[in-house]
Write a protein that binds this ligand. Structure first.
Ligand SMILES: *[C@@H]1O[C@H](CO)[C@@H](O)[C@H](O)[C@H]1NC(C)=O
Ligand SMILES: *[C@@H]1O[C@H](CO)[C@@H](O)[C@H](O)[C@H]1NC(C)=O
Ligand SMILES: *[C@@H]1O[C@H](CO)[C@@H](O)[C@H](O)[C@H]1NC(C)=O
Ligand SMILES: *[C@@H]1O[C@H](CO)[C@@H](O)[C@H](O)[C@H]1NC(C)=O
Ligand SMILES: *[C@@H]1O[C@H](CO)[C@@H](O)[C@H](O)[C@H]1NC(C)=O
Length: 419
């Protein structure tokens, strides 16, 4: 999917490269765009019924309330927090949980696998107060008080800023709105990197958290086995030079791109080819992936991606260290006061951490997660999913994720933050 996304992304080059002379690309883009927006792409394709529902449509359909809140980060982004308030909440006292999504994702990922399969809805049904972060650069959080999304500087962030600023201000907002002292935070994939970065770099936030839940924790990345991720990391310097040369910094959310991805994934009528194509990125487990949900999941992608997010991950793979973004010696000195980017000190993370990982996860390897667990001072639960084939995407897309994983996650959350 990354290669696919990068190809699709490359089509944005002429759009975002003012003054470049890539006329051929412009033509190609024109073709694809003209074929796209008028529904033609999806004509004659039979789609599962919830594909392309946005969060308000989805929650309305299934009878859940939705509130929308805005918060401003210390560095000027305005973010949207979606909330499903607890139905039985009279005194605003139901325990709050904040969810931080993976790369290229928005709040809806925690919900739209339905009330039997989505952690967000399972917890809402238990009457938790559900808060969902839409980090900077994703479809509902595209405003900054001085920058706009056509500027490179807007996209100058990675998981670090999503944790250090976005998750931090959201935690403060949730605590202030609910009057509670502590919140539970749940991250998946990039969301876990953001939460680890926050809790290590701003240790005072540990006091505001009663449990950090990490689904497929991505901190150390020396053990990544995904051939696609390894390839991108290996050629990162070249890829970065190529994209920077044409002022290509981001793949913002665009409906027609989602439609194109859904169309490509429906080509064989089942989504199986698409699931198989994701194998080299995330781990092969096509039997477990819920193919109907795969299309729904993809219909919100790419919810917004800054290429710096990928560069930062490439750097973690190459350095085998969990560290801040490397801007190069000169800029590092300006940013950090040191020529090298500082490493995150995870022993500063004093809040209880529950980490869930899997044997066939090509991105969060068993060795990397176990190294992290050894360094974390306060492990509430560390659980390796039993199935040999459980892969990175199964944390969200698996047919049996509720029984093999979420039931355990829920029991740990109920212990640390009882409803
Ligand atoms: C979802 O789509 C509907 C219909 O286009 C729109 O009215 C609503 O504002 C959208 N919701 C969000 C959260 O964007
Ligand atoms: C949800 O799970 C219950 C029991 O596990 C089952 O009876 C029900 O059919 C499921 N609902 C859906 C929509 O899959
Ligand atoms: C965004 O910023 C660029 C560069 O400063 C400017 O040319 C453009 O008009 C701005 N666009 C919007 C929508 O404000
Ligand atoms: C906390 O909430 C009150 C109102 O409920 C508001 O006036 C105040 O600005 C909020 N503080 C922060 C730090 O968000
Ligand atoms: C990391 O944090 C721990 C706990 O606060 C501290 O003892 C240790 O010296 C720190 N390590 C570094 C390299 O700063």
């Amino acid at each position: 999917m990354y290669i696919l996304l990068l190809l699709v992304g490359a089509l944005f080059v002429p759009l975002r490269a003012e003054g470049s002379n890539s006329d051929q690309l412009k033509e190609l883009l024109g073709l694809i765009q003209n074929a796209g927006p008028e529904q033609n792409i999806l004509e004659n394709i039979e789609l599962p019924e919830d594909v392309f529902l946005n969060i308000s449509q989805y929650l309305e359909k299934y009878g859940y309330p939705l509130e929308t809140h805005q918060v401003e980060t210390d560095d000027g982004f305005t973010l949207t927090l979606h909330r499903i308030p607890a139905s039985k909440s009279i005194s605003k006292n139901n325990p709050a949980v904040l969810f931080v999504p993976p790369l290229m994702s928005s709040s809806i990922d925690w919900l739209n696998h339905g009330s039997n399969y989505s952690l967000g809805l399972l917890m809402s049904d238990l009457d938790y107060d559900i808060w969902l972060l839409n980090p900077r650069g994703t479809r509902y959080s595209m405003t900054h008080n001085t920058l706009n999304s056509t500027q490179k500087k807007f996209w100058s962030y990675s998981f670090h800023e999503k944790g250090y600023y976005d998750a931090a201000v959201s935690i403060d907002y949730v605590l202030n709105s609910t009057g509670q002292k502590k919140v539970t935070i749940v991250g998946y994939s990039e969301g876990t990197s953001a939460l680890l970065a926050l809790a290590a770099a701003r240790p005072e936030y540990n006091e505001k958290i009663n449990l950090i839940v990490l689904l497929s924790p991505i901190g150390y990345m020396g053990g990544v086995s995904s051939p696609i991720a390894l390839f991108l990391a290996k050629y990162m310097t070249e890829i970065k030079a190529l994209f920077e040369g044409v002022h290509f910094h981001a793949v913002p959310y665009a409906k027609w791109v989602s439609e194109l991805l859904v169309a490509i994934c429906s080509i064989d009528g089942s989504g199986e080819t698409c699931a198989a194509a994701l194998g080299p990125l995330v781990g092969y487990d096509t039997e477990e992936v819920d193919l109907d949900y795969l299309l729904i999941f993809i219909s919100d992608k790419p919810s917004g991606l800054a290429l710096q997010e990928l560069y930062h991950y490439g750097q973690e793979i190459l350095s085998e260290s969990f560290q801040q973004h490397d801007y190069g010696v000169v800029e590092n000195l300006l940013h950090y006061g040191t020529p090298e980017p500082p490493a995150y000190n995870v022993s500063q993370i004093t809040a209880p951490v529950a980490a869930y990982y899997a044997k066939n996860d090509f991105l969060a390897s068993v060795e990397d997660v176990e190294k992290l667990l050894e360094e974390l001072p306060n492990v509430a639960d560390g659980y390796l999913v039993e199935s040999e084939k459980f892969s990175h995407l199964d944390f969200f897309l698996g047919k049996h994720t509720r029984s093999v994983l979420y039931e355990r996650v829920l029991s740990v959350i109920q212990k640390y933050n009882p409803v």
